[in-house]
Design a protein around this ligand. Structure first.
Ligand code: THU
Length: 126
């Protein structure tokens, strides 16, 4: 799957964002080593701390179906680039390595590629 195709799937998922409190939509699409794609959106809650980010929605959907090996993730938001929050970076580090590609769009709609190592150096792992 190309980065462009994965971004397009993240953009479709973003349409399902449930974000009545922030009005900020996020969509994510993660490709597994086996070639499947799982998508996710942010899901907010009146008890704000119960909110789940788009990235974790996608990752948890995959893991809950037995998929724990990933190739890359695309993330888009109401504002781009939409970098993943710290909790999502930590969740990615559980299932990926430092070269894991994180695909984003910049403010001019160009596709960017960074890595988990760039966004979460010296990560905590047991
Ligand atoms: N959000 C995500 O879905 N992913 C991130 O990595 C950062 C933040 C969501 C959470 C909340 O619904 C909204 O964006 C504003 O913080």
């Amino acid at each position: 799957m190309t980065n462009q195709e994965l971004i397009a799937l993240a953009e479709e998922a973003m349409e399902y964002a449930y974000s009545p409190y922030s009005n900020f939509k996020v969509g994510a699409a993660i490709e597994t080593e086996s070639g499947k794609v799982y998508t996710g959106c942010n899901i907010e809650n009146a008890s704000f701390g119960a909110t789940n980010c788009a990235e974790r929605t996608a990752i948890f959907k995959a893991v809950s179906e037995g998929e724990t090996k990933f190739k890359k993730i695309a993330i888009v938001g109401s504002q781009n680039p939409c970098y993943p929050c710290g909790i999502c970076r930590q969740v990615m580090s559980e299932f990926t390595n430092s070269f894991f590609p994180i695909i984003l769009k910049d403010e001019d709609d160009n596709i960017l590629s960074t890595t988990l190592e760039d966004l979460l150096p010296h990560s905590f792992n047991l």
